[in-house]
Design a protein around this ligand. Structure first.
Ligand SMILES: [Mg+2]
Length: 226
């Protein structure tokens, strides 16, 4: 199972944006740096590129700037996430992860546009980081389909199993997750806990679609029986 983070497992209550904007203010002296940028289903690299373009910041060494920016962003994100009572898990997630491991023996990895330290913080905030030994991240690629493939390959290597793609599920809350799963050739489970309504996700034709994960039994049934 390749799980997305934002909108799928967690709701960071807009605090990602707060951390991004604070980092941009400190490093580039710009306010409201993420205005007009849609972060949903995006990767951190793309969000940073858009911040630069939208604010007319011409940088010579993108990699260097990205490393510096994300370094500060991660420090701020940790402070902000852990100081606030607002971040929460999506409905049913905590019980679901426990059941997937204990009862179903499922192998789980992350597939997220977050850079790895950012993704880890968002999960650690709720004590669910340990369920995901590896994954594909926004720090691996700015292209979602690529990082989902990396998640799959690392999962096979980590667990020592060449998982047939027909048994692999990409689980996410945006049309971009669905497209990335399709590019990989896996099954796709879309969940309407993020910014996209059920009807919008339906038009992307995922293999399964759920309103949220509060019905753990149904999730497990879908994964087991296609
Ligand atoms: Mg998401």
């Amino acid at each position: 199972l390749i799980f997305d983070v934002d909108g799928t497992l967690t709701d960071s209550a807009g605090l990602t944006r707060v951390a991004l904007e604070r980092a941009a203010r400190e490093i580039y002296a710009i306010d409201n740096a993420t205005r007009g940028i849609t972060a949903y289903g995006q990767t951190d690299v793309n969000i940073f590129s858009e911040i630069l373009v939208n604010n007319r910041l011409a940088v010579e060494d993108f990699e260097d700037h990205f490393t510096r920016f994300t370094g500060r962003y991660v420090t701020l994100l940790e402070e902000i996430l852990f100081a606030s009572p607002r971040p929460r898990l999506q409905p049913g997630v905590k019980d679901l992860l426990l059941r997937l491991v204990r009862e179903s023996g499922m192998n789980m990895v992350l597939g997220t546009g977050n850079i790895e330290p950012g993704a880890r913080l968002k999960l650690k905030r709720h004590g669910i980081d340990h369920y995901f030994p590896t994954g594909g991240f926004g720090s691996d690629s700015g292209v979602r389909a690529d990082l989902i493939r990396i998640a799959y390959e690392r999962g096979c290597r980590h667990f020592g199993i060449p998982f047939p793609l027909k048994d692999v599920w990409v689980i996410g809350d945006t049309p971009n997750d669905v497209a990335a799963g399709r590019a990989l050739g896996s099954k796709i489970l879309a969940v309407a806990t993020g910014m996209y309504a059920r009807a919008e996700l339906e038009t992307c034709q995922p293999d399964a679609l759920m309103d949220d994960f509060s019905d753990n039994d149904r999730f497990i049934d879908v994964i087991r029986n296609g």
